[in-house]
Write a protein that binds this ligand. Structure first.
Ligand SMILES: Cc1cc2nc3c(=O)[nH]c(=O)nc-3n(C[C@H](O)[C@H](O)[C@H](O)COP(=O)(O)OP(=O)(O)OC[C@H]3O[C@@H](n4cnc5c(N)ncnc54)[C@H](O)[C@@H]3O)c2cc1C
Length: 381
């Protein structure tokens, strides 16, 4: 019945399924264990009619024309320049730290002096890692690096990754940028958008094809098994391509131990006010247990909606307990070695393809994931 099986209906699975169904005429079965499609990009209106992102705020940003063109077949866009601010004391300062931030945190004379020095030394428009600022002979310039480290980076990173200051790699710290421009946008990409009517309708369109069938509420381990280099689907040998976008350790019963992840607890709240913070995302970089608050109406373009819905994000260490979701792979050497042991188990299965943030134990943005899935579909005959 099917000549290709895709596990997972996130951006990786939906992209590969659509391309194989449409361009290669494959009969594709998509198996998804959740009750909905879209993976972590899934969004839905809440009880108050505000479109919320159930698994954290997602903004599609890309410079990849091919990816943008592919997804534009399934949605129109609400384009906007995504800006993030950090709450430091009583101020909301733009991040990454830029020339606007400089003028907010220093008095006028000092800010003007520093701006001149930064532009002369590094050039207007450049992104300078704080590591480089720290090497500057000028004490004032080094002070900017210290400001960014303490007020934008340190506490936020400790919360996000559950680390003590001494555990944070100096290499990661050094890469934190200062942007020598007045552009407050968080990303540099040409396109910065969300689907006009939401991510979920975009995924519905992607999966709406005569050659695609979607099974929701189905864990692939209930219908697939792997024995001696052969894959079985509902008890019968399956010889087509299998694209797996789930967690690789779970597929093999975590036999070598669980791959470590950071997870997030999302606490949603609806408020009977027009606006809570007047910004889509506010990072809490020096206070609070949560890392950031997202106010959805400023992200989705629903600015005139009545009331507002926000979400606070509390990071914690993923344990694999029921209901927990692995979000961020922890990219350390020992974890990557553990991943390699699991990957080696798949090498006996020639038409088995690992694709996606969980199957590859990597962080991908939506556009990079879509690109990887498009390339895989192109490569399969
Ligand atoms: C908090 C957060 C915010 C983010 N914000 C952005 C952003 O603003 N912009 C951006 O570009 N990227 C963002 N990302 C990254 C983005 O979420 C990923 O690029 C994208 O979700 C990866 O898609 P995927 O298909 O690999 O994985 P997923 O979206 O996780 O999809 C995998 C699917 O596989 C299913 N599955 C797993 N195991 C099984 C199984 N055994 N059987 C059946 N189904 C299974 C899962 O239920 C899931 O639906 C963010 C990530 C996080 C964690």
């Amino acid at each position: 019945m099917f000549d290709c099986i895709v596990v997972g209906a996130g951006i990786a699975g939906a992209t590969v399924a659509r391309k194989l169904a449409e361009e290669k005429g494959r009969k594709v079965l998509v198996i998804e264990r959740r009750s909905h499609i879209g993976g972590n990009c899934y969004d839905k209106p809440d009880d108050y009619g505000i479109l919320i992102h159930e698994y954290g705020p997602h903004i599609f940003h890309t410079g990849d024309e091919g990816v943008r063109a592919f997804l534009s077949r399934f949605t129109e866009w609400y384009d906007f320049g995504h800006e993030v601010v950090a709450k430091v004391g009583d101020q909301l300062i733009p991040v990454p730290f830029n020339l606007n931030t400089l003028h907010m945190v220093y008095d006028r004379d000092k800010a003007e002096r520093l701006e001149k020095k930064l532009i002369e030394t590094y050039g207007e428009g450049s992104r300078v890692p704080i590591m480089q600022l720290r090497e500057n002979e000028d004490a004032d310039v080094r002070e900017i690096a210290e400001y960014v480290y303490k007020n934008v980076f340190l506490y936020y990173t400790m919360k996000q990754w559950g680390q003590k200051p001494e555990e944070i790699s100096p290499e990661v710290t050094g890469r934190v940028p200062v942007v020598i421009s007045y552009d407050n946008r968080y990303f540099k990409d040409t396109y910065q958008s969300v689907p006009l009517h939401g991510f979920t309708p975009m995924f519905e369109q992607m999966l709406e094809h005569e050659n695609i069938e979607v099974w929701l509420n189905t864990d692939c381990t209930d219908v697939l098994s792997f024995v001696d280099g052969k894959i079985y689907f509902q008890g019968e040998e399956f010889t087509g391509d299998l694209v797996y976008t789930g967690a690789i350790d779970e597929l093999f019963d975590c036999r070598f131990g669980r791959l470590p992840y950071r997870s997030l607890d999302f606490q949603f709240e609806h408020l009977d006010v027009d606006s809570f913070q007047d910004h889509s995302v506010v990072n809490y970089t020096v206070s609070e247990d949560f890392t950031r608050i997202t106010e959805f109406k400023f992200l989705t373009g629903q600015k005139d909606a009545k009331g507002t819905t926000i979400v606070r994000e509390y990071p914690f260490a993923y344990t694999g307990a029921e209901g927990e979701i692995p979000y961020y792979a922890i990219l350390e050497e020992k974890n990557e070695k553990l991943y390699d042991r699991y990957r080696a188990l798949t090498e006996n299965y020639p038409r088995f393809h690992l694709l996606g943030r969980l199957a590859e134990y990597k962080y991908y943005n939506i556009d990079a994931m879509c690109r990887k899935a498009m390339d895989l579909a192109d490569a399969l005959d």
